[in-house]
Ligand binder design. Sequence first.
Ligand SMILES: Cc1cc2nc3c(=O)[nH]c(=O)nc-3n(C[C@H](O)[C@H](O)[C@H](O)COP(=O)(O)O)c2cc1C
Length: 350
Amino acid sequence: MDISNWPFPLIGLSPMDGLTDEPFRLVQTQVAKPDIIFTEFVSAEGLAHNAVKLYDHLLYSDIERPVIGQLFGKDPDSFYQAALILCFLGFDGIDINMGCPARTVTQHGGGAALIDKPEVAKKIVVAVKAAIADFATQKRNLNDLHLKEKTLAVIERNNKYSHYSSPSTGPQTPPTLSVKTRLGTTHSVVESWIEFLCQQQPDFLTLHGRTLKQGYAGLADWPAIRTAAQIAHQAHIRLLGNGDIKNYADGLAASREYGTDGALIGRGALGNPWVFLREPHLVTSREKFDTMYLHAQISRFTFPSRRFDYLRQQFLFYAASLPHAKKLRQNLVRVSSLDQLCALEAEFIS
Ligand SMILES: Cc1cc2nc3c(=O)[nH]c(=O)nc-3n(C[C@H](O)[C@H](O)[C@H](O)COP(=O)(O)O)c2cc1C
């Protein structure tokens, strides 16, 4: 995909595992469409090994485009297969996670642990590039991956959902390749790391201004993001900043001040899709309730067999900024159905 006509500086939705699923992204798109959208991360090894449940995380709708699928893992061969699958699912971009601090990911050598393993990181980028090239030139098709029948069926399901079918002849539009990363693991190595990543020639980078060790503590180091953007620009690579951005205007201001090509918003968008509005907007409790209810309805429709409980954390985010959030919380964590959620309407908007 040619990113030269993307609206830089752009403000996008950051990937958040367990949160930015298809219902979340649909609600986000309805309220205020981000310039780009990332899926939650998905295990490359899992996709390569026919883990069909992962395909729920990869559901997207055409109106979310440009939509970027994110992969994590440590095995280049699995990345090749997973990236090829994302190509055949019609994603506009493939992002490699080199920033996740979760021990479940880093102890296996994935996420931010890759910052200390540049040779593996390089092999992963090369593998994803090869998959994108093989897709674009029709050198490989899905059958070459020898996936199980159940996997091919779920790919078909996803494609029907997204109204996507890859053209059967001629060259395909290749998705972008990008990397989302952090400043370093124990301390910042931002200069050498960004320089190294740029040598791999991704279409763009996203930098969260914290180290792995910091997790989410402290403030994101935007001056370090500025340095990274300068290095990336010397290599003609776009760089998005990330960390603590509150809303669209804040993202644009940070992009200008620190010389990035845009920013991603993560936590600021939880229970607050209005952060992507281009103009400031005072959100009413009525709007919050209606949007939360819509979110729940879409979730029931998209994932009817999922337990209702998984939505409770989303409800808490919608309620978080209300003056009576504490009292509401006690009731929201017990909600087990749409009817029960509806019964809380008066209390929510009071
Ligand atoms: C619950 C949670 C899940 C996350 N999952 C992912 C993920 O799947 N992939 C990723 O690259 N970053 C993930 N992140 C990091 C965010 O995308 C983002 O980089 C980080 O929250 C900083 O941005 P913010 O201050 O705007 O939230 C996650 C963050 C949170 C809080």
